[in-house]
Design a protein around this ligand. Structure first.
Ligand code: PMP
Length: 423
């Protein structure tokens, strides 16, 4: 396939024209935390607020009907993006975190008992760990983790071994790790987990932005992702669930919109998907998300993935060539556009601050993956994450800055050591 026209794409992202506070042109490499938005998303949201905004579903007036139509159109686009079989399986949430918490509260409380096991990967984001710890505290179930090997990889054999050893009720895993950058074989692991009797939740926060999702071929029971990582707005995410399982689950949040009847004695729930959308939903955000998903699909998910894999590999290769730099993640062939790394003797926060002085935005810290950092024996790393609008030149600018920060700290480290040795 023809590759992305990145120069043209960049014109559609106004924020990419700006400079960092240092005055250097911005190199935005913090896409795993959140992406930027094209004008089509900004304008779709603006258009709603300017011309037809109203609350949805309950009003019988022009604006409410138009807003409801737009909101439900957004659900249809999201359904198509996921290749779900029905819009009733597509629930708008506040984000990945909200989606996982909904499943933990709703499905988890109804189905998990003392000594049941929830199996996760050690590379999970806190959003896919903490809700299960909380569920364990409520029900007495237990959380177990599949480890990574010395090359930061997880083989099918190890997944199979943990599935067989623990016979989990739920296997919940990230399709791609936001720290290691690893992309996992979702379809295969889902099939293995089903074989072992587990229900499967896939955290697609780091997959939805990068490659085509087909929930029917994945066959996972739940899939979640966030709007702000797919060039869409903050405050919206998607929870996909198979219809039968969603129908069997009690709603988590109660309130307006999710009921069909309320009396002084109780209530009955609305049908899917409204059953899980209590309160005024993220209406304008859904409209923005729709524009974002259309934008990505028009570019082509395969081309996006190819582009960021190439940028990721260029980062990986460049970082490995710098002495004292260690990549926290597997070889490039197993990764997308994410590279986390540590520089010997330099704290990740200092790395990030120095890179910012060169205009390069990276993240530093534990990236909400403390158990993974513990397993690797570090407390923090720096993370460069590329997306569809990044270029080879930006990668080279980033690599030069990493080389410079290493050289600078190596020199000052030597000075400090030699001063100490004189006293
Ligand atoms: N899971 C993964 C793999 C993530 O990368 C993130 C965001 N860093 C989340 C979950 C949480 O997403 P949100 O903050 O949008 O709820």
């Amino acid at each position: 396939a023809e590759s992305l026209d990145v120069a043209k794409i960049r014109l559609e992202f106004p924020v990419l024209e700006r400079h960092a506070s240092s005055g250097e042109p911005l190199v935005y490499f913090d896409n795993a935390a959140s992406t930027q938005r094209p004008v089509s998303v900004i304008e779709a949201m603006n258009d709603c607020y300017r011309h037809y905004y109203s609350n949805v579903h309950r009003g019988i007036h022009t604006l409410s009907e138009e807003s409801t139509q737009a909101y439900e159109n957004a659900r249809q686009t999201t359904c198509d993006f996921l290749n779900a079989s029905s819009v009733s399986e597509v629930i708008f949430t506040a984000g990945t975190t909200a989606g996982i918490n909904t499943v933990a509260r709703s499905w988890g409380d109804a189905n998990l008992r003392q000594d049941d096991v929830i199996l996760l990967l050690i590379s999970e984001h806190h959003a896919n760990i903490v809700p299960w710890h909380q569920l364990a505290a409520r029900t007495g179930c237990r959380v177990e983790f599949v480890p990574i090997d010395d090359n930061f990889l997880i083989s099918d054999e190890v997944v199979g071994e943990y599935l067989n050893r623990h016979r989990p009720r739920l296997f919940a895993f990230g399709a791609a790790s936001n720290t290691l950058g690893s992309e996992y074989p979702v379809e295969r692991w889902t099939a293995m987990a089903h074989q072992a009797g587990a229900t499967v939740l896939v955290d697609a926060a780091q997959a939805a932005p990068h490659w085509a999702i087909d929930v029917q071929s994945w066959d996972a029971d739940f899939v979640v992702f966030s709007g702000h990582k797919v060039c869409g707005p903050t405050g919206i995410g998607v929870l996909y669930g198979k219809r039968a399982i969603l129908e069997s689950m009690p709603p988590f949040l109660g309130g307006g919109g999710m009921i069909s009847l309320v009396t002084i004695d109780g209530f009955t729930t609305h049908e899917l998907p409204e059953k899980f959308e209590a309160g005024t939903p993220p209406i304008v955000e859904a409209i923005g998300l729709q524009a974002a998903l259309k934008y990505l699909q028009d570019l082509g998910m395969d081309r996006i993935h190819e582009h960021e894999k190439q940028l990721g590999a260029r980062c990986d290769q460049g970082l490995r060539a710098i002495p004292g730099v260690r990549i926290i993640g597997p070889d490039a062939e197993f990764k997308g556009g994410i590279n986390s790394f540590v520089i010997e003797g330099v704290h990740a926060h200092d790395v990030s601050q120095f890179l910012d002085s060169r205009g390069v935005a990276v993240r530093a810290g534990h990236h909400c993956t403390m158990p993974l950092h513990d397993a690797v024996g570090i407390t923090a790393s720096a993370r460069a994450s590329c997306y569809l609008y990044n270029t080879d030149e930006e990668v080279d600018q980033f690599l030069q800055a990493v080389e410079d920060v290493r050289a600078k700290f190596a020199k000052s480290g030597r000075r400090r050591r030699s001063r100490r040795s004189q006293t």
